[in-house]
Design a protein around this ligand. Sequence first.
Ligand code: HEC
Length: 165
Amino acid sequence: MEHKVTDAEFYKIFAIVSVIIIVLAIFIAIIANIFAGYSSSASENYKVEIQNNTNQRIEPSGKINLASNPTIKQEVIVASISKSETLSGENVYNTVCMSCHTSGAAGAPVIGNNNQWSDRLSKGKDVLYANAINGIGIMPAKGGVSSLSDDEIKLAVDYILSESN
Ligand code: HEC
């Protein structure tokens, strides 16, 4: 027996299929919305993470400018002096005394200046040794590096005198 689809039946099926399609569309829209929301908040987190990593990478390795701080500079110099053996007078001079005695900073007698040093030498070498070891005027004891031995200071004084006559 042949079944003819009537108009009424057709509209009924059409309506049901339409409703299914609409429900499906709404369902897909909801899912899409959830995923879109999820991915956007994830990328927000990702951005924060990138920013943090970047901040970490561009952070200065030290926040204090060591080179411009005279106290730290002095300590750096001290740290660079190896104490396993007695340093030569020239070595001590170049690492410690030079900063003042090459330029004449703070009125330090300048190495190579014969007049200035012959004046000083007239007090006797032992006095110069003692003053270099204990400090004199603005000059700190042992040029500020107390880890140097008395002999090393004497060698440095000898070096200065030998360069200044
Ligand atoms: C911070 C700067 C400074 C440093 C570092 C320094 N000196 Fe001097 N030195 C001076 C000054 C300033 C004088 C002069 C002081 C005065 O006559 O009042 C002086 C004087 C001297 C004198 C003459 C002392 C005297 O009796 O007339 C000797 C020797 C000397 N220094 C040796 C050294 C040696 C060796 C070193 C390194 C171990 C050294 N200095 C490091 C500043 C310095």
